[in-house]
Design a protein. Sequence first.
Length: 245
Amino acid sequence: MKVEAVSNLGFRNNNFSFGEKQRVHENVPAESSNRASDFAKVPVIVLLAMNPATLNSKIPTMPEADNPNKVVMLAPETKSEEKSTYVIAPEVEEAQQSDAPFGWAMFRGENQDIKLNMVAKGNGANYHMVFTAPRSSNNKINHIYFIKDGSVGSVDAGAHPPEVQTFIYHNLGKDSFCSVITLESILGPDRRENGTTLRQIMLDDDSAQKIIDLVSGDTKWKNNTHIQIKEVFDAKIGKPKTTLY
């Protein structure tokens, strides 16, 4: 099997607008890369070999079809689903947003200090890609989260926004692109976790490049995440799978 380099990736939807290069959200400075839109020439096979999380990992991933090169997910993604996940009374939202970055109580903890907050695009929507690590760590990244603009966090310190579990290279030649599978908390009316959702998000090139740089050792941080790396040969962006407790 020929493995193409992760380089000069394109998108089937070219209507992304990256807009401003710097923003601030919840007093957390946000950056957006001004680098060229070509990807580091790191072969996928090298990324696979460099990341031990790829081998013998028990991290949840989306169910696959008989063909292991295809990513298949379950329930359809709808606007109503997004609303049921993130809607909250305005007075509660105001209190949360003033207490913790992005309204998530988990970011107040010692183990979830935000090291990077980068403006991103996912499935055509605006996100913040957030790299975190323990407050005492200066050179390691433990988790990567995608927080959708307009979403509201949780008072539950055990709940979390979409966290990257798997990085996928869609090897389609000149139309290649990258996506991630995330695991996120589903919040009940009390804004506490009552389930989880696995969701696949198609990435803009700058966001994908930042993850590639981390995994390949091309950043000032050490990759301490457990992100799996996969290569597929289709353009499918699967539908979310939700599990309620």
